[in-house]
Design a protein around this ligand. Structure first.
Ligand code: ATP
Ligand code: LTN
Length: 334
């Protein structure tokens, strides 16, 4: 807690173009915390290099992710928006927390298992200790709440285990963080394989709707979405494709599944898919135009990037110094 205000922290990797999964499961919900919490929203470029990145693309996406935060309604005056590698305390605390995290705990992380299958030629130590860096991100700010999609819940739980272990040895060091998972949109599925999470690093462009896709593309992608041989729009077990489209429609319209079933009674999948495409494209349009404006003003983006990093570094340093002192590290003599 900073001056009695509760803290909210979350991050997004600049590892690809952001998807409506990132939007509905995470970013869209961030702005809601700005009033009641002191919020830190980070572009986690150090996490992104756990899989190979093309430097020029990583650089471009780092700016873009920051601009998207703002385009999705995060005011840089009310939230601390910054880039992880600009605040060295993340990497420093991460090393320390590595010494308080067990090999067995990290081996059980499902994201590690998935990504090491997917990138079998590059199962590097960073991929394995990824959740420790994420714990460092969270714990550096004495975070109370962490809004994330459901795929990140296990990582936040690991951060909680680290807090428990660390605080037991060195009492009152870290605040215990709580994951906050959106009720609707916590796991948007791939349009091509609706049993798999929609992921920005998916190679199949048709499986993924990007926040920056234009209206025609959005409509085309939904039209091609994999469904089933039933014809009625209804939410039911085994209808993964339709369930996913209904979830997306519900996220954008705030309608319940019952209301959606009634709205499309007697209509086919074709009409429904078109409607999903339209509400999605209409919701994304204002985000896209704001994004373009922001991206055209690099000086402003850089000024905000700098301001965010300075603010974040101030709070991060405080926690890091406290941790170093507790561990017995000798402070640099003045
Ligand atoms: P990558 O494919 O590179 O692993 P990603 O698409 O999973 O990336 P992240 O940067 O890892 O995206 O995630 C940013 C935030 O978006 C996290 O809070 C994550 O839980 C959320 N998120 C990612 N994909 C989805 C999804 N399909 N549905 C809901 N939330 C999601
Ligand atoms: N691992 C997260 C991104 C992330 C994050 C965080 C989310 C890095 N550090 C701290 C919340 C809090 C992901 O979405 N893959």
């Amino acid at each position: 807690m900073i001056n009695e205000q509760k803290i909210c922290f979350s991050g997004v990797q600049p590892s690809g173009n952001l998807t409506i999964g990132n939007y509905l499961g995470a970013i869209r919900n961030f702005a809601a915390y700005s009033e009641a919490y002191k919020c830190f929203y980070c572009v986690v470029d150090e996490h992104a290099i756990t899989v190979r990145q093309v430097p020029a693309e990583l650089r471009r996406r780092t700016y873009e992710t920051l601009a998207l935060y703002m385009a999705c309604g995060l005011d840089p005056e009310k939230n601390t928006l910054y880039v992880q590698s600009h605040v060295p305390a993340h990497a420093e605390l991460s090393w320390i927390l590595n010494c308080f995290t067990m090999y067995g705990e990290l081996s059980r992380m499902t994201q590690f298992k998935d990504k090491s299958t997917k990138h079998a030629d590059n199962v590097n130590a960073g991929l394995f200790t990824y959740p420790v860096l994420m714990a460092a991100d969270i714990l550096l700010y004495q975070t109370d709440v962490v809004p994330v999609g459901i795929d990140q819940k296990q990582h936040v739980e690991l951060a909680r285990n680290i807090v428990e272990r660390f605080n037991q040895i060195y009492p009152d060091t870290f605040t215990m963080p709580e994951p906050i998972i959106a009720k609707n949109g916590k796991k948007i599925m791939s349009l091509a394989e609706p049993t798999k999470k929609m992921s920005k690093s998916d190679e199949n462009q048709n499986a993924v709707v990007y926040i920056l896709d234009d209206k025609d593309t959005v409509i085309r992608k939904f039209r091609r979405a994999v469904t089933d041989s039933d014809t009625r729009v209804r939410f039911a077990e085994g209808k993964d494709g339709i369930n996913n489209l209904m979830t997306i429609y519900s996220c954008f319209t705030n309608k319940s599944m019952d209301e959606i079933e009634r709205e499309f009674a007697g209509k086919g999948y074709g009409d429904f898919k078109l409607a999903v495409g339209e509400v999605c494209a209409d919701a994304l349009a204002p985000v896209q135009s704001r994004f373009r404006e922001l991206l055209a003003d690099k000086a402003y983006l850089e000024a905000m990037m700098k301001k965010g990093a300075e603010e974040a570094a101030y709070y991060a340093r405080k926690t890091l110094s406290k941790v170093q002192k507790k561990l017995g590290f000798v402070p640099l003599p003045r």
